[in-house]
Design a protein around this ligand. Sequence first.
Ligand SMILES: [Zn+2]
Ligand SMILES: [Zn+2]
Length: 86
Amino acid sequence: MDDIRIRCPKCNWEADGQAHWVCTCGHEWDTFSTGGRCPSCSKQWDATQCVDKKIGGCQHFSPHLDWYENLDSIVDELKEELEEKV
Ligand SMILES: [Zn+2]
Ligand SMILES: [Zn+2]
């Protein structure tokens, strides 16, 4: 799964594994470590905001899944594997 890269679909800022996201409950975490769910209050974030311009982001919101590059190819591979087993 190393070929999944996580980038902002709008400006290509690449997620660096740091806790840049703050939930409405005040918890700070790396939203990509939990698939967009706050580990503190379990709120599911369908859209993910890009980071502050100071660290290279654009601050625009994008659907969480749009951040994962190569996700479609991995899903296709999984589907092929499943079809082979049938
Ligand atoms: Zn929360
Ligand atoms: Zn961005």
